[in-house]
Design a protein around this ligand. Sequence first.
Ligand code: PLP
Length: 376
Amino acid sequence: MSERILDFLRRRQTDGPCVVVDLDIVRDNYAAFANALPDTSVYYAIKANPAPEVLNLLHELGSSFDCASVGEIEMVLATGAAASRISYGNTIKKERDIARAYALGVRLFAVDCVEEVEKIARVATGSRVFCRVLCDGIGAEWPLSRKFGCDPAMAPDVLERAHCLGLEAYGVSFHVGSQQANLWAWDLALGMAADVFNEMSRRGIELKMVNMGGGFPTRYLKDVPGVPSYGEAIFHALTKHFGNRLPITIVEPGRGMVGNAGMIEAEVVLISRKSSDDELRWVYLDIGKFHGLAETMDEAIRYPIRTPKDGDETAPCILAGPTCDSVDVMYEKTPYELPVSLSIGDKVLIEACGAYTTTYSTVGFNGFAPLASHVI
Ligand SMILES: *Cc1c(COP(=O)(O)O)cnc(C)c1O
């Protein structure tokens, strides 16, 4: 727990839920990635938390950036970062957005099919492209669907097409699934990447780069391996699959860079039961799925919650948000243990909320303000 955040919250005058992000923790996280993977460039996936203060800090520390849209590219350029530090990592782009990114200086693009390669060849002449391959995401608490990436067997055709159209067939990318607690996931994925390198080499095209994506976890309720363990596992997998011909490598941490740097303060609005013999209390907070806690969808991410009554006897609760929408329930399938003495009006602290909260908050569903954010 960050003393700086607690201190900020003690002095806060405003009402309503908010997230507070401690830049010292982001700085430590960046250093952890840089130390654990000294030969790998860090491209922060800015969608996790695009607060200008976070982007400015990471720019100062020497980070590069993974962007999903022209809007995100402009946010990164506003820090003063050079366009050469940006990867346009979304495989689904309008041709005119590719052209705008190219006009802004971006020369590195993700693809996962020949149709996208053709768009890039038309409006971003000579750029580097890397092909994203599908990963099964086993072991990830927030697994990704089949939306991004192609079968690794198709990747050589995609990259060869890029080469024939005058682009630089630069490399391969994957994402092992977000909140990935399985250190072996990168080994499997790097094996696939090496197969693509070998096949391209047979076709006379030498790829250079492997983009190892994000997936580095944040500690929520369950313990997770630290960044050094990931660094070691990745280094071993790289040497196993590429021998002494190591490619240029990049990682794109989002959650792992900012998740543990943020804390939400929320308030208990109501505690009630559905019948006189109901065993479970319903605890309603002034924040829910629509105002920052979207990752409780399917109860995937279980945040640690602190209350002023911690240490008292606990009992399971159903935890829900404040809106008039019946899906605004965070934890019901697996109820959440909270103190029996918890009362209406108590403030609770939801930890590890630095990633995927502010930007997952609606602009005003039900008249509730978007999640307020303070970066200290
Ligand atoms: C979202 C995303 C990331 C970040 O993923 P985390 O699991 O938050 O680290 C990295 N790369 C790409 C291409 C992404 O879309």
